[in-house]
Write a protein that binds this ligand. Structure first.
Ligand code: TXA
Ligand code: MG
Length: 497
């Protein structure tokens, strides 16, 4: 297929004949890639099943991963979504047009191919004059995933789209570099309490400031993908945003991170080794290919992240070390994308001297984790223990846990559950929960601000740890197998002996 590439220079306004041409392609079931304020989207008619199939094909995207519908005004929402809550209205009033996608129950008019078979639909109104003009000219909602091949970093300039999709789409509109540089925040509005399915430029705090008081206490939850149930944002289960080079994130204080990266890169040829930093620290590196993800100062941090990942590949860099960007306003979104791009590969420079595994009752999963971890960590200066969040009185550890551990010759001595207390934790304690809800409780009830992760999150995966509750011996054996694998990863991540 011949792909038409046209340039829309915003400073010159939009040429009416080209706008019409692009809208005609969309109306007749074709594909047009266009810029938004977040990343470039690959658009097709939101009501056309065959066009949606073409989008999946062009991207190489699994068909259970739904598309976002882009609208230009609130009337369009009535055609695609039902049961729009007051909280959703407040959010739309505040953040639309803008980088926020809301998930609603879908109207029958939206074909299920577009929503990956779900009965919900994700909708957003982009804050980009060209995108809005295009949607208006097409006269219907435009379904648009990011305009990259599935698994590649999202495109933040037309050259990236051309790299991935040339000859696979009808038209690519070059509108220059995008403003934000990573995808919108996705918020599920079908739950009693809004749930953030994908962090983005609109942060949990910004959302809470608008709808605080809704649900339990107004704080939007982050979603966890649990058990065999399909994740709420199906796209989040796939490895994403990844460069071809091997990417490792180095976590710790800025100065520690800098000197560690400088030390690491020198083991490799300088033209094959990359460093991902920000404008403020770029001068601290003098070896390797050094690229910035933007500036910490003016809310443009992240703008050049995907572009940099692509650039490393095009320069033939095979190994990248990235700084962490914790402590910045958009850290959730940035670190979410970076960790996914790294496939969870992290070097941790924090010097923890205590590790606490936490689960609800401290009778099954967390004690098993404690004893496996003790058996695989040889460094005796590290204290390893486990605690529960709901322990009214001390109970014996689950006999099935003891059986499985003995079968694998893992010693376990402490045989009763204990409640987690504030004094169990200091600034050198790493707290690892087994499920996402437990992490939320630690943040809310124990006011923990840092060093608290779910086990799978810490090793770069999603999901809660498998819960064998009510299962037979085999279920507990499965738990053992899963924990052992995860704990070896945890040990590796921490660089422990
Ligand atoms: O900023 C953005 O959101 C960009 C621009 C182009 O608008 N779009 C984008 O689309 O990032 P995409 O397809 O790359 O990511 C859409 C995400 C996927 O993770 C998908 O699973 C999730 O949205 N999603 C779509 N519909 C959903 C639904 N009904 N329920 C839950 N998640 C949904
Ligand atoms: Mg995408």
């Amino acid at each position: 297929m011949q792909t038409q590439i046209i340039t829309w220079d915003t400073s010159e306004g939009y040429k009416p004949d080209e706008l019409e041409k692009a809208a005609d392609i969309l109306k007749s079931g074709g594909l047009v890639a266009f810029p938004t304020e977040t990343v470039y989207g690959l658009g097709c008619s939101g009501f056309d099943e065959d066009a949606a199939k073409k989008v999946y094909e062009a991207k190489g995207r699994p068909s259970d991963n739904p598309l976002i519908l882009h609208i230009a005004d609130r009337e369009m929402l009535d055609d695609i979504a039902v049961e729009v809550s007051d909280a959703a209205k407040k959010l739309m009033d505040t953040f639309w047009p803008g980088p926020m996608t809301l998930v609603f129950l879908k109207n029958d008019k939206v074909p299920s191919t577009v929503t990956g078979g779900l009965n919900t639909v994700a909708v957003r109104m982009p804050a980009h004059a060209g995108a809005l003009d295009l949607i208006r000219a097409a006269g219907m909602p435009i379904a648009a995933p990011s305009a990259n091949r599935s698994g590649r970093p999202s495109p933040t300039e037309a050259a990236h789209v051309i790299e991935d999709l040339d000859t696979h789409v009808d038209m690519i509109i070059d509108g220059g570099s995008v403003g934000i540089g990573y995808e919108s925040t996705i918020l599920d509005m079908t739950a009693l309490r809004p749930v953030i399915l994908r962090p983005g430029f609109i942060t949990a705090q910004m959302i809470e400031d608008v709808i605080g008081g809704a649900g339990d206490d107004g704080i939007p939850e982050y979603s966890s993908v649990s058990g065999d149930q399909s994740p709420k944002a199906p796209g989040m289960k796939y490895r994403h945003y990844a460069p071809e080079a091997e990417l490792t994130v180095v976590r710790g204080d800025d100065s520690q991170v800098c000197s560690k990266i400088n030390e690491l890169v020198r083991q490799f040829p300088s033209d094959k080794t990359g460093i991902l930093t920000c404008d403020e620290r770029i001068d601290l590196y003098d070896y390797g290919v050094v690229l910035s993800i933007g500036s910490e100062k003016d809310n443009t941090l992240g703008q050049s992240m995907y572009g940099a990942l692509r650039k490393f590949d095009s320069l033939g860099v095979t190994r990248i070390y990235a700084e962490t960007f914790f402590g910045t306003e958009h850290e959730d979104a940035l670190m979410n994308r970076l960790m996914k791009a790294a496939g969870g590969q992290v070097i941790d420079l924090e010097d923890y001297d205590k590790l606490i595994f936490v689960c609800k009752e401290n009778v099954t999963i967390s004690p098993m984790a404690e004893w496996i971890m003790r058996s695989i960590v040889m460094d005796r200066s590290i204290e390893i223990c486990s605690r529960g969040l709901v322990v009214l009185f001390s109970e014996p550890i689950n006999q099935k846990v003891i059986n499985v551990l003995s079968a694998h010759s893992v010693p376990c001595e402490e045989l009763s559950s204990r409640l987690l207390r504030d004094e169990d934790i200091d600034e050198h304690t790493l707290v690892i929960t087994m499920a996402f809800t437990e992490k939320v409780k630690l943040i809310e009830n124990y006011k923990l601000k840092e060093h608290v992760y779910t086990l799978k999150e810490f090793v770069g995966l999603e999901d809660d740890v498998y819960d064998p509750y009510g299962g037979d011996d085999a279920a507990y054996e499965n738990l053992y197998t899963e924990l052992k694998d995860l704990l070896y990863k945890l040990k590796k991540r921490l660089g422990w002996q």
